[in-house]
Structure formats: C-alpha cells, structure tokens
Design a protein around this ligand. Structure first.
Ligand SMILES: Cc1cc2nc3c(=O)[nH]c(=O)nc-3n(C[C@H](O)[C@H](O)[C@H](O)COP(=O)(O)OP(=O)(O)OC[C@H]3O[C@@H](n4cnc5c(N)ncnc54)[C@H](O)[C@@H]3O)c2cc1C
Length: 388
C-alpha cells in the first residue's frame, strides 16, 4: 500500500493535520495511524485543555490566536451544534517581585500581538478577585478575553468525525519502524508486520515522538514527562475565577462544580517518565500543592481532594517549544512535536501550518519557520519562558 502522506499518531495533532490537508485541497492519499483509537492515554485526552495568549514569544501567541479563531467559528467549520464547551474565563498569571520584570516583558510582547491582557498590581488584583490573597505578589497579568478552557475530547471527536468521508485511511496499528534510504524516508512498518510506503511521513506521536524519530535514525529531544492533575471540591464557588498560575508554577481553575490543580514536579525530580507510568503523584498534592492553595486562596484551607489523574507532556527538553516542519536533510520527514504543555491549543494551528507546507510548499497563514528543526542542529534554543 502506498500513501502520499503517512501521519503517525491520530490524536489532536495528527487529526488536525489530516483535516487541514483536505481543507487546503491536498488530493493525495493519506493514512492516519493510531495505536489506540480510544486515546485513553494520549496527552490530548489527559490534558487540562486550556488556551491562553500569555506566552513569551510572539510565534506562540499567533498559534493560539489561530486556534482561538477556529473556536469562534466552530459551527461554520463543523456544522450546527458543534460545541467544545469553551469557557472564556481568562488566565491570571501572578508574579512576585523577582518575577515582575519577566511578567512585564511578556506582557509587552502580548499587547504588541493584540492580546487582551491587562497587567495589574496587587491592590488592583485584590479588588478584582476578592477571594485571592496577594501575599508575596507584586502583580498579575489577566486575560480579559481570548483565554480559558474547553473539552479536549469533544474537540478531538469533532475533528475526527469531520474526517469521515474525506478519503482518509484510519489505520489502527503501532508504528515500530521507519525505512529510510539516504536522505528520504520511504515507508513505515507496523507491529503486525505490514508495511506502508510513504511519500512523506509526519511525526504526530506526542510524548512518544522522540522514539518515533529515532526509528528514522533522527534525534529529537522530546520525551514523556509525567504531570499529575488533582480534582478537589470546595464549599465556596467562584464563578468568575480564571485559571490562576501562582509564582511557584502551581495552577488551579474551576472545572464545572469542582476545581482542578497541578504543577510541574520540582526541578530536582522532574525528568523523563516511564511511558507506562500513569500513577498520580499524591505526595505532590499533600506536601506542595495543598499548602500553597490554602495560602493563595484562604477559603481553600478546607478543601476535599476527590480524585486525580496523570498524563505525559510531550516535553522538548531543549527549549520547551514545539518542533514544527520538515527535517532539513530528510526533507520528506516532518515534525509536529514537543509542545511542552501547550500542544492542545497549538494543534489546530500547527496542523494548518503543516498542511499548507505539504500542499503548497510554504507556510501561508501562520509562519512556523521559527519552530523548525534547524535550531536543534545549530544548538540555537527558541525558548518559551511561560511553560505551565
Ligand atoms: C496533564 C496535562 C495537562 C495539559 N494541559 C494542557 C493545556 O491546558 N493546554 C494545552 O494546550 N496543552 C496541554 N497539555 C499538552 C497537550 O495535551 C499536548 O501537547 C497535546 O495533546 C499533544 O497532542 P498530540 O496529538 O501530539 O499527542 P497525543 O495526544 O499524545 O497523541 C499522540 C498519539 O500518537 C499515538 N502514537 C504514539 N506512538 C505511536 C506509534 N508508534 N504508532 C502509532 N501511534 C502512536 C498515541 O497513541 C497517541 O494517541 C497537557 C498535557 C498533559 C499531560
């Protein structure tokens, strides 16, 4: 079997790409390969499904703005009733005195990109969010519009359903090898022994992307990093609470009638995860997160944690930013990887950009050149400072 484009990974990145390829008028044969179509352990499903414009580099803001524009015309694109439960409640990113210069610099970048973010000092924050303790807080940046959260699985299903009838082969299987001849990849090999010849291969394997790249003999610094998410109940309800990011990196936000919270492991213990380890790190909640929540929102001293889950970030250990585009030498091998905790909101934009590249040979809507693989070869980090 021969395909013009073989996409490895059928979750949000792979499915978005397939959809935009057809939208761009790509008429070649497409295979979308997924080893687990339940997506139970995909980052997409286990994500906190939030979207923001509060990044430190303009290119990340532009990717999220593209996705936001898609959210605003869901029914136009996917038909009447299309809904992903988008709650536009904003992000509130808090900074201590130490973090203030970075917050201010990021805010200037965001404003220049047209983002609706306001920077407020501690007294103003206390007025806007009376439940918040501003102890140790110098200022915060708040997204008045264009930021919030949504239902990740609903978005994935919307796109997957839209792919039906668009002449895309959904292949259930695990890619275990990639054939390469000199400067071209030529086929993927599946665990069941089948071989699909490929005009181009796109790595959309999420946290497993480093392993998939290695099958083609290509290094890619993307690894699974475990992140736990804790669900808790509180007596108090704050309908206008945004997604709050504390200077410690711990975040929380409402989720219907409950709240969710989490944060990276302390740097000393963070590192590549066992790809099969999905056990939530309860001591992190007990020892680090809960005490912080009780300080930041005094009413949260009396909360009840009800459950938790863990997922894996597709973590780019080089510079915590996506790697998007072709390999500079193996030019029919493409990446859409390493989004480091912001890949759900960037997937539609990355899919659109790659679809344009594969169809027209160039980016048209969102220029993704800054995310290119070349920077890895040249040792030139393109660092995102706002990694949550
Ligand atoms: C706890 C948590 C919270 C997050 N919160 C947010 C957030 O608030 N906002 C945000 O934007 N992002 C967030 N993210 C990140 C976001 O979820 C990911 O960046 C994004 O979902 C990546 O999408 P993907 O399609 O590349 O990866 P995945 O969703 O992991 O999909 C990759 C797919 O590839 C398949 N696959 C892998 N290897 C193979 C193979 N060899 N053969 C066949 N199939 C294969 C897998 O089964 C999987 O379905 C979060 C992630 C986690 C874990």
């Amino acid at each position: 079997m021969r395909y013009d484009v073989v996409i490895v990974g059928g979750a949000i990145v792979g499915s978005s790409l397939a959809w935009f390829l057809r939208e761009e008028g790509f008429s070649g044969r497409i295979a979308l390969i997924e080893r687990d179509p339940s997506f139970a352990r995909s980052a997409t499903t286990l994500s906190c499904a939030s979207i923001r414009q509060q990044f430190s580099v303009p290119q990340n803001i532009r990717l999220s703005q593209f996705t936001l524009s898609l959210f605003r015309r869901l029914e136009e694109e996917f038909g009447a009733g299309a809904d992903i439960g988008f709650r536009e409640k904003g992000y509130l990113i808090l900074a201590s005195d130490d973090g203030l210069p970075i917050l201010e610099a990021n805010h200037a970048v965001q404003i220049a990109e047209g983002a609706d973010i306001v920077l407020e000092n501690a007294p103003a924050l206390a007025r806007r969010f009376p439940f918040l303790s501003t102890e140790g807080i110098a200022a915060g940046s708040f997204g008045r519009s264009g930021e919030g959260w949504f239902d990740a699985h609903a978005l994935l299903m919307l796109i997957r359903r839209a792919l039906k009838g668009r002449n895309i082969d959904f292949v259930k299987g695990e890619v275990t090898g990639i054939d390469r001849q000199a400067d071209a990849v030529t086929a993927v090999l599946l665990a069941d022994g089948s071989r699909l010849e490929a005009g181009a291969i796109v790595n959309a394997a999420g946290p497993n992307a480093g392993a998939v790249a290695a099958m083609a003999g290509v290094p890619l610094p993307v690894e699974p990093r475990k992140r736990s998410v804790f669900v808790f109940e509180a007596r108090e309800s704050y309908p206008d609470m945004p997604l709050i990011v504390d200077p410690t990196g711990i975040y929380l936000r409402p989720e219907g009638a409950v709240y969710i919270t989490g944060g990276a492991d302390p740097e000393a213990t963070d590192g590549p995860a066992d790809p099969l380890d999905f056990d939530p790190d309860w001591p992190q909640f007990e020892e680090i997160i809960w005490p912080l929540l009780a300080t930041r929102i005094p009413a949260f001293e009396a909360i009840k944690a009800t459950r938790a889950w863990a997922g894996h970030y597709d973590y780019n250990s080089f510079d915590q930013n996506g790697v998007i585009g072709p390999h500079p030498e193996i030019t029919n091998l493409f990446f859409a990887n390493g989004f480091s905790g912001h890949g759900l909101q960037q997937a539609p934009a990355a899919g659109k950009a790659l679809a344009e590249f594969l169809t027209h040979g160039a980016y048209r809507t969102v220029d993704c050149s800054a995310f290119g693989y070349e920077r890895l070869v040249e040792g030139r980090p393109f660092r995102e400072l706002n990694v949550i």
